[in-house]
Design a protein around this ligand. Structure first.
Ligand code: CO6
Length: 476
């Protein structure tokens, strides 16, 4: 794990001593995240239009809304070529926006007659991405992309407490694909893609031959010799000396990092470092860890670190703020949406735990588990990635002590902490003790934050971590 993290971080590092964070980067396929998702207007909805006459023939497939107000994306990779036959739901290209990497799927069955862009071109929302010669029968209905305001479509039934939608509900949620073709949920399609299974070879036992998650799992279990999971393949690049110089375009995640960190570099930032005695917190965590594990929740230092951060931010709202590009206004953010630098198979991304100020330590742990799990599956939706108000990087999960993190604009501060190490220290009686020490490095926007503010804030956060019992008074 550490090697893999190291490799990935190595490939993302901008400078040996600098920490950099790419702004939200994830892989998002709209079909994986059905349109019931409540709060964001990010999904293009497909509406079936009955024209009452033949609408066969060449139909432009317009670049759908990839969300977050994004108007243009860069074409990273075509997954089809002209002349290919496509089925509704097939992935046709990977695009990259400033906020995320997105896989686009087609809403029609047909033959690709023209690709409107080359790789690296900038594609424009609502303009033709490709032309598809649409299959169908005279008088049949054609699904035409029409933008609508979500959420309109039927949500999955929540089986959790008070009807809450659980992960399983989403996995079982069935979106019927019209046209009597292959029927499967976006989740099942996504899983099949992940696992390299051609769904046409799977027998569906659901209504109308719909392929259920169980069908796919049974298929995978029944065909071990033929089935090789992509994740088990995950080849490591061979280590070899280059025979000659190689010029490689900077694309995708790295291109996003170029833009984000170039913007960050425009911000005058100062650093402030300290070390925290984590002795009591190490004990507290170890006394709670197993009990939470019994409930299926992994409990690391992070939930306590986040809670302490949020409590400190309550006293220093100036640090939980956004500034506009010209730095003429500052917006004190009501919610503490704490971003966590996270290593995922898609690269380094920074999902955030929303409204930490309202959450118990247990709830934060559950949420972190969820984000980590989705991150590892490459399934973090933009909703989990946007809206951060303060960021943290647990560089200590990989190694090291001090760092120099760079702010993710429009945020005004970021913290990175190193590994918890057992080191000799003097206690208050001047006795040499074995201490659990963790270093922290803050960076703040010096246009709006001064050193004393960060120092006081850091002192408060540190005191909460050094005396975790003191947090109890403020816990909700
Ligand atoms: N010290 C000591 N032990 C640690 C630490 C530190 N800092 N961090 C994690 N751990 C321990 C943790 O307590 C777990 O212990 P056990 O339960 O006893 O096994 C174990 O390591 C694994 O923890 P895990 O990493 O799974 O969970 P955690 O909640 O601590 O971290 C995470 C979650 C999302 C931060 C982590 O999974 C991850 O992705 N870490 C990589 C972070 C990363 O890539 N940061 C970017 C650094 S580079 O900042 C950077 C700006 C850019 C370039």
């Amino acid at each position: 794990m550490m090697n893999r993290l190291g490799n990935r971080l190595g490939s993302l590092a901008v400078g040996a001593s600098q920490l950099t964070l790419a702004r939200p980067v994830t892989r998002w396929n709209p079909h994986r995240y059905p349109s019931w998702r409540p709060s964001r207007g990010i999904h293009t909805h497909l509406r079936t239009i009955h024209t009452g006459r033949s609408v066969l023939g060449e139909v432009p497939f317009l670049l759908p809304d990839v969300g977050e107000g994004i108007q243009t994306v860069q074409i990273m990779e075509w997954l089809v070529k002209e002349g290919d036959t496509v089925t509704m739901g097939d992935d046709v290209c990977n695009v990259q926006s400033d906020k995320s990497a997105v896989t686009i799927s087609v809403p029609y069955d047909g033959v690709v007659s023209k690709l409107m862009y080359e790789v690296d071109d900038t594609a424009v929302k609502d303009k033709p991405l490709m032309i598809i010669d649409v299959d169908g029968e005279e008088g049949s209905a054609v699904t035409t992309p029409v933008e609508e305001t979500p959420p309109i479509s039927t949500p999955p039934t929540g089986t959790g407490k008070d009807g809450r939608i659980l992960k399983e509900d989403v996995m079982n949620f069935t979106q019927v694909v019209s046209g009597g073709k292959l029927l499967a949920t976006p989740a099942v399609r996504g899983m099949a893609r992940e696992e390299g299974v051609d769904l046409r070879t799977v027998r569906g036992t659901g209504e109308g031959g719909r392929i259920l998650k169980e069908d796919l799992l049974d298929y995978i279990a029944a065909t071990p010799p033929l089935y090789i999971s992509k994740t088990t393949l995950s080849p490591q690049p061979p280590i070899h000396a280059l025979p000659e110089d190689e010029v490689v375009p900077i694309r995708g995640i790295k291109a996003v990092m170029v833009r984000t960190m170039t913007a960050s570099g425009q911000i005058p930032q100062f650093g402030y470092c300290d070390e925290v005695d984590m002795g009591q917190l190490v004990q507290l965590r170890s006394s709670l860890k197993d009990r939470l594990l019994e409930k299926g929740v992994k409990f690391s230092y992070m939930p306590l670190i986040l809670k302490a951060l949020s409590l400190a931010l309550l006293e220093y709202p100036m640090l939980n703020a956004h500034v506009d590009q010209e730095c003429t206004t500052i917006t004190y953010k009501a919610d503490h949406n704490i971003g966590i630098a996270m290593d995922t198979p898609d690269g380094l991304i920074v999902p955030n735990v929303k409204r930490v100020q309202t959450k118990s330590v247990f709830e934060i742990a559950v949420e972190l588990n969820r984000l980590q799990e989705l991150g590892m599956l490459g399934k973090l939706p933009p909703a989990d990635i946007v809206g951060g108000t303060f960021s943290l990087s647990n560089i200590g999960a990989v190694g090291g002590t001090y760092a120099k993190p760079m702010i993710l604009p429009p945020e005004v501060a970021i913290g990175a902490f190193g590994k918890v190490q057992v080191l000799p220290r003097f206690d208050q009686s001047d006795d040499l003790v074995r201490a659990h020490v963790m270093q922290v490095s803050w960076s703040a926007d010096h246009r709006v934050i001064d050193g004393a503010t960060i120092a006081r804030f850091s002192n408060l956060w540190k005191s909460l971590l050094e005396n975790p019992a003191s947090m109890i008074l403020d816990l909700k």
